[in-house]
Design a protein around this ligand. Sequence first.
Ligand code: S6P
Ligand code: ZN
Length: 183
Amino acid sequence: MLQKTALFDSLQGKLTGDHVSRSRRSLGDLSNVFLNEEERLRMNPDQHVYEVEMHDSCGEVEGGLFFGVSHVHPGKVGDEYFMTKGHFHQKRNRAEYYWGISGEGLLLLMDEARVCRVEKVFPGSLHFIAGHIAHRLVNTGSSSLVVGACWPSDAGHDYESIQKDGFSIRVMEKNGEPVFVKQ
Ligand code: S6P
Ligand code: ZN
């Protein structure tokens, strides 16, 4: 029997149809994520920072997969570029793939000893995120950074350790260019 499917527009990174859900993070949801918390509190709490579209056809089961698209908008809090909260997977050994669809940015990758690496994200870039590695997307461009993702559906998200200690580097704009600032 012919089944209904979801649709993935690979140029725009738009996901629609069956089993697709959307979530959004606005400035008001991102307390203690950016360095300049006073500036964040002065900005509009309803300003959208990023959206995630997700295709869930199996639920959080061992052996399952989720497919998602993140859209990180352009903008800054003070000198710091808009970015995702970032997380380790709750099940630490679960890996993930990211790939750049549109826009330009950086992927911060941090191990449990807080050693960070950075990969450039651009249309066509492919990123393997091993288990035990925290990951965060940073939009350093002037349009939305759109990134596809596929990960084990039982991975879960551990936001707490990142909320507590952050990543060991931040990406700030200086003279119109991204620079890395150690925490
Ligand atoms: C899920 C995957 C992405 C992120 C998304 C938002 O494992 O890594 O779908 O959830 O980029 O980032 P965050 O850090 O707010 O979950
Ligand atoms: Zn992840």
